[in-house]
Design a protein around this ligand. Structure first.
Ligand SMILES: NC(=O)c1ccc[n+]([C@@H]2O[C@H](COP(=O)([O-])OP(=O)(O)OC[C@H]3O[C@@H](n4cnc5c(N)ncnc54)[C@H](OP(=O)(O)O)[C@@H]3O)[C@@H](O)[C@H]2O)c1
Length: 338
């Protein structure tokens, strides 16, 4: 049995779901992979840099009780990493659409301390992908981020492991659960605010829900996909972005009745000169468009490849556990070296 120390940086909806998942999968991880994990570090803005060399008690940690024996407070990130000795840092702090910070600094320090750096934070991919991937290679660790775009549905690992020598010409997708939930609520007579509340109750909104509503979350996802899969740096300011606020309930109900519902659609296309144009905006989709059947929290992406005219991946009603699974899968792949 190989023992691994884990550090959680960010302990909100996703962080707690991931801690729970490590608990429910513990026996399987031990049996299938000979892995025994314990959480030796938890850090957030409010909690500070907590560590426990013996490992936190999982149940009380998930319940938000930090009143456990042997918990100590480190001065800063450096001391926290030194004391908690993580094999992997699982980073789930809030999205910063403008710089990707401080997540990039956290992930850089984690790699420099000899840990795999695994994140659900798409800002870190958009603004830090090249630097963190290079650094990970140099120190013999992994920088992985499967949860960032389609929760746990394999997108980055699919291209990395299964689609060598393929060129991505373009993609379109529905990347944001919150706007889907809001639009559907309004189609059935509920208000915009009730739609936001429903999405918050599902735990799928960004820390600041205006990031969803105004299209920032989708925009950053477009940038993450383009940066990694099209190998072209696309920044949020390069994406034509329009949120869903201007859509009224009457328009939405009529569109749904006609079988041509509105969705917040993300698109990117590689031009002949290699440049990438991208947009995020509400679009009315035809009934035959595969994206028109994306309902509730479901997410989908359709890829146009030089070797395949179309490849669609849909994640049906993912939840917080699905997002958490993406991080768990990254961790297993990191320690297996795949
Ligand atoms: N929720 C989803 O369905 C989903 C799906 C895919 C990806 N993601 C991504 O996963 C990440 C976390 O999402 P979430 O829903 O778990 O958010 P959340 O519930 O708001 O939790 C965010 C956590 O990050 C901590 N944090 C924020 N800024 C920090 C900082 N500067 N330093 C240290 N800790 C900081 C917060 O601590 P305090 O409370 O102490 O400030 C909190 O523990 C985001 O990047 C999001 O884009 C979320």
């Amino acid at each position: 049995m190989q023992r691994y120390n884990l550090c959680f940086l960010g302990f909100g909806n996703v962080g707690r779901a991931l801690a729970r998942l490590f608990g429910t999968k513990a026996a399987e991880l031990a049996q299938l992979y000979g892995i025994d994990c314990r959480i030796t570090g938890v850090a957030t803005r409010r909690l500070g840099w907590l560590w426990n060399a013996e490992g936190f008690k999982l149940e009380t940690l998930i319940a938000g009780n930090m009143d456990q024996a042997n918990i100590q407070q480190a001065r800063d990130l450096g001391e926290w990493l030194e004391k908690a000795q993580p094999a992997a840092v699982l980073e789930t702090t809030s999205l910063n659409v403008e710089t990707g910070q401080p997540a990039i600094n956290y992930l850089r320090a984690s790699l420099q301390a000899g840990a795999h750096a695994i994140t659900a934070n798409k800002g870190a991919v958009v603004y830090g992908y090249e630097e963190l991937t290079d650094l990970a290679r140099r120190v013999g660790k992994r920088f992985l981020f499967e949860s960032t775009v389609l929760d746990s549905a394999p997108v980055f690992s699919l291209f990395r492991e299964c689609l060598p020598a393929v060129r991505l010409r373009g993609f379109d997708g529905v990347f944001n659960s919150t706007t889907n939930v809001i639009l559907e609520a309004m189609e059935t007579g509920r208000t915009f605010a009730e739609g936001v509340k429903a999405a918050q109750e599902l735990g799928v909104t960004e820390t600041d829900p205006s990031h969803d509503v105004e299209g920032w979350d989708s925009t950053v996802k477009v940038c993450a996909l383009a940066t990694v899969l099209m190998k072209t740096s696309v920044r949020p300011s390069d994406v034509r972005r329009e949120g869903i606020r201007a859509l009224d309930a009457q328009t939405l109900r009529q569109a749904r009745a006609e079988g041509r519902p509105f969705k917040l659609v993300s698109r990117a296309k590689v031009a002949a000169d290699g440049s990438v144009s991208a947009s995020v905006r509400p679009e009315q989709l035809s009934a035959t468009d595969p994206l028109s059947c994306v309902r509730g929290t479901s997410l989908a992406v359709h890829f146009e490849l030089d070797m395949m005219p179309g490849l669609t991946i849909m994640s049906h009603r993912p939840n917080l556990q699905s997002t958490a699974y993406g991080l768990l899968a990254d961790f297993i792949n990191a320690i297996r070296g795949s």
